[in-house]
Each structure stands twice: as C-alpha cells, then as structure tokens.
Design a binder for this molecule. Structure first.
Ligand SMILES: *[C@@H]1O[C@H](CO)[C@@H](O)[C@H](O)[C@H]1NC(C)=O
Length: 248
C-alpha cells in the first residue's frame, strides 16, 4: 500500500514536472528593463504601417504567454569610441514560439518573416536601415524571483554562454503582445492563423531593402534628421490594399 502510494505520488510529481517543463506560469507576462520605456506590443511595432516606434529611452522587453508564444523588443544604443557623442541606435522586434526543453533553458524560435531591425548611425550615414531580422535564441537558464528593492517579480535571463541579460521586471500580466501569429504575408501559409494583410497576388514577397530618403513616409513621431524609413516594397502595397474597402 505504502509502495503504491509512493508510486502514485512519484507518478504525479513526474506529471507535474512534465507540465512545468513544458511551460512555466512564473515566466508568463511582459517584462522590461529598468527604464520601463521599451515594452512589447503595439507601442513598439505597428504591423499595419510596418514601422518600429522609437521609445524615449533604451531598454529591452520580453513577453511570454502560457501557451508557448513570445515577443521581444530591443532598443539599444551602440557606443562608437571614434564618435562618443554620436552613438548608433538599433531597434529590433521579433515574435514567435518558445519552448522549455526541461533542462532549465528557453529556446526561442521566431516567425521568420515578421522580425524587423532598424539601425541608425546619424554621424556615419545620413539614413537609417530598415530590414527583416530573424535570430533564433537560446537562453541557457532563467530565474524568476521577487526583486528585493522594488518588491516586484524580476526575470533574470542568461545567454547561451551563461552571461546575464539586464534584469527585467514584470509590467503586465497577461502579457502585452501583438497577435501571436504571422503578421506579414508570405507565399507559405502561417501555421497559427491567416495573415492579417490582404494581398492581391500569390507571389513571393520582395525582401526589405533600404531605399532612398523620402521614398517612404515619415511617421510624425520621428525626428526627420535622425530617422527616416526605408520602403517596404510589397508590404507597403499590401498595407494599402488592407486599408482599402473590400470590393468583393
Ligand atoms: C537544453 O536543451 C536545449 C535543446 O536540446 C539545448 O539546445 C540547450 O543547450 C540545453 N541547455 C543546457 C544548459 O544544456
């Protein structure tokens, strides 16, 4: 009897461990670094206009859902020793699925076509570069704790090589995220839902390429001296079509 109780208990613990290994409720939510100005969701990336929105301060943000989706936002200044008064800045946005393989790591797999990167180097070139961005990530380990100074949940992520990412603090549960599906149209169907942007043809999408200044609109929040937006080829066309009334 004792043995069978032990067996059942061990089995339940095993099951619980299995469920825990799949997803971790402690990880669920939107996390951001101390400035709190970089937060995933529509405030960072506008998928309809296909543009990144510059936050007031640098920082990073990650969101995780209870069912295996993530989103990330990075806004970083890159110091340039040659021109210390004139740092470059990079914004990166990705979303996709994540898994917890059970060894303490987090594996992030982005939806390939959706990631975006905007780089500006005001002193070295007179234009920013807006491109697709796709980078799978492995966090070797993570830890959720209560921060002893701020008394809020804190997330520490450790990169693939064990080096720590800046600590992040919980700012939203449920997480603040864009739809957890492929947002931009491709020739291959999305696994999690249909594309939001209507397309008039079934052809392959052109890669995002930097274009000449003035060839694309300038969002009004932007400082035109430092930021301008490269064209986005068929995505822009798709966006226009999306916004037009449906004729059928
Ligand atoms: C955990 O498992 C994943 C997937 O197999 C692997 O890529 C990662 O390196 C492992 N992490 C550690 C800390 O061994």
């Amino acid at each position: 009897m004792i043995t069978s109780i032990k067996t059942v208990a061990a089995f339940s613990l095993g099951l619980a461990a299995l469920v825990r290994a799949q997803y971790d409720t402690a990880l669920v939510g939107t996390w951001t670094t101390k400035s709190r100005k970089v937060v995933t969701g529509p405030g960072f990336y506008d998928p309809v206009a296909d543009r990144l929105i510059e936050p007031e301060l640098t920082g990073i943000s990650y969101s995780f859902t209870v069912d295996g989706y993530y989103e990330e936002a990075y806004y970083r200044a890159i110091a340039n020793p040659a021109t210390p008064h004139c740092p470059s800045a990079v914004m990166q946005w990705q979303h996709g699925t994540y898994s917890l393989p059970g060894n303490g790591s987090i594996v992030l797999e982005p939806f390939a076509v959706d990631g975006r990167q905007l780089t500006s180097a005001p002193c070295s070139y007179d234009r920013s570069i807006y491109v697709r961005y796709e980078q799978a990530e492995l966090f070797k380990s993570y830890q959720v704790s209560t921060d002893k100074f701020h008394n809020v949940p804190r997330l520490d992520l450790y990169k693939f090589d064990g080096s720590p990412v800046q600590p992040m603090y919980l700012v939203a549960t449920p997480p603040q995220m864009l739809p957890t599906q492929t947002l931009n149209p491709t020739s291959t169907p999305s696994s999690t839902g249909k594309s939001r942007v209507k397309r008039s043809d079934g052809g392959a999408q052109e890669p995002l390429m930097p274009m000449d200044k003035g060839s694309f609109f300038l969002p009004k929040e932007y400082n035109a001296d430092h930021w301008w937006w490269a064209g986005v080829g068929l995505t822009a066309l798709g966006t226009v079509l999306y916004m037009l009334p449906t004729s059928t």
